[in-house]
Ligand binder design. Structure first.
Ligand SMILES: Cc1cc2nc3c(=O)[nH]c(=O)nc-3n(C[C@H](O)[C@H](O)[C@H](O)COP(=O)(O)OP(=O)(O)OC[C@H]3O[C@@H](n4cnc5c(N)ncnc54)[C@H](O)[C@@H]3O)c2cc1C
Length: 408
């Protein structure tokens, strides 16, 4: 088992420095342009693929880092560059984790490579769980998957929303209801292969921040996928449903569903994204405070400014520690008995929201303009308290874990 240490090993430091260089030289200079264009930055993803930043191999290496720090370190550096572009680069990872968490070895080997494509023909993937009437309340999901025994096919119907890369993805991972009686325990995840008829993009959202990342509705009308596209396979699904029915009869012990397994695994990673954005804004603010003069001295000479910077940095470091703890626990098989994954996401996302707002304050009028990046960083940071479970839902998860009470 990997010993816990705050010291990155030489390999990790090398990867971190390499990613930082890519974030500084390629992502950051492109950030303002793609934010304004509100389009997927395909040339940047392509460049990331050419150097290996956007590749299955790279993510697998980080994902299976025995210390657990590979993914949070990568997220922090890329999102330090720019959140919208970085999400375009790592958004495929959420779908990949959905397959890793629930798929068979064969499904993992078949579908994850197709999510990334090749450096010559780059592809992205989408994970589609949220629906117009089922955001935080996952159990209200309506998208149905019905098995057609005669053809060994599943037929999917419904509307997904807020899907990162939805409609432009090569591979879509779709969560759907297979047994409506069981609420969220009756869900299963499906692969929708490239070019499957019946899947189309609905509205593309115009957003407050992370505007370089594509977010859209995904409409599923009579989408037929082979039986082999059920993640985990039929046998495992039948066993899981039988267990859930038994538990429901015995008094409703909670069973984790497929989408929740994906979200739990990815929450510390979202915390790390937030740390990256917060650190970026803090650095701009620190630099500005040491150079901007008012009353004949740098504004950092005032405790009112310097103390804000001290608080910002303290919260960023505290957030990183929570993220690293949760990531290390996950990698070393320690259960999140106190919802440590949710704690890390909750704290880091709120830190990013507040730190980026403080950065605007420190830059004064300049901070409020698009001449400086902190305005964009603050808009971007607003997403972290919303996606992959809002702050309120994280508090609910933590409070339930601590108390054992089904708090509403
Ligand atoms: C840019 C973006 C990208 C996204 N990417 C994806 C993706 O790739 N795939 C995907 O499946 N989804 C994605 N999402 C969806 C995201 O996970 C949801 O938006 C989120 O879970 C919240 O759901 P909702 O928007 O329906 O809000 P609602 O659930 O309607 O919540 C509205 C408000 O009510 C509060 N609330 C709700 N229930 C409770 C409660 N029980 N107690 C206290 N407060 C409560 C919430 O905290 C929130 O403040 C994305 C969203 C955005 C904005």
């Amino acid at each position: 088992m990997a010993e816990f240490t705050f010291e990155l090993n030489d390999d990790q430091k090398q990867v971190r420095d390499w990613l930082h260089g890519f974030a500084r030289d390629v992502i950051r200079p492109a950030a303002a342009e793609w934010d304004e264009r509100e389009e997927t930055p395909w040339p940047v993803i392509q460049e990331a693929a050419e150097v290996g930043v956007y590749s299955l191999d790279f993510y697998a290496q980080q994902f299976f880092d025995p210390t657990g720090l590979g993914i949070p370190m990568a997220m922090e550096e890329l999102f330090w560059g720019d959140a919208g572009i970085a999400l375009s680069i790592v958004g495929t990872g959420l779908a990949a984790v959905g397959v890793l968490a629930n798929g068979t070895e064969e499904q993992i080997g078949t579908w994850i490579p197709q999510m990334y494509g090749t450096p010559d023909d780059v592809k992205v993937a989408a994970f589609c769980s949220s629906e117009p009437d089922a955001g935080s309340d996952v159990a209200s999901m309506r998208t149905r998957a019905v098995y057609d025994e005669a053809k060994d096919e599943w037929v999917l119907d419904g509307t997904k929303t807020w899907a990162t890369n939805g409609g432009i993805a090569n591979v879509h991972v779709v969560v759907a209801v297979v047994d409506p009686e069981l609420g969220s325990k009756g869900h299963a995840s499906f692969i929708v292969p490239p070019g499957t008829p019946g899947l189309s993009q609905g509205q593309k959202f115009r957003k407050h921040g992370i505007r370089a990342s594509h977010t859209a509705e995904v409409v599923l009308e009579g989408v037929r996928v082979p039986g082999s596209c059920l993640l985990g396979g039929r046998e495992r699904l039948d066993e899981r449903l039988a267990r859930a029915r038994e538990k429901a009869r015995a008094g409703g012990e909670r069973v984790r569903n497929a989408a929740m397994a994906t979200f739990e695994a990815s929450r510390p990673a979202v915390g790390a994204m937030a740390v990256g954005t917060a650190r970026a804004a803090y650095e701009v603010a620190l630099d500005y405070a040491t150079t901007r003069e008012q009353f004949g001295r740098p504004i950092i000479d005032n405790q009112g400014v310097a103390f804000q910077l001290a608080d910002m940095r303290t919260r960023i470091d505290a957030a990183r520690l929570l993220v690293w703890r949760a990531s290390w626990m996950a990698a070393t098989g320690k259960p999140f008995t106190s919802a440590e994954g949710s704690m890390s996401k909750l704290f880091a996302s709120e830190a990013a929201r507040d730190v980026t707002a403080q950065a605007i304050q420190i830059l004064g009028g300049n901070g409020y303009t698009r001449e400086y990046p902190v305005e964009r960083m603050h808009r971007d940071a607003a997403i972290y308290t919303i996606f992959e479970g809002t702050s309120e839902i994280q508090r609910l998860v933590i409070a339930r874990a601590l108390s054992g009470v089904p708090i509403r």
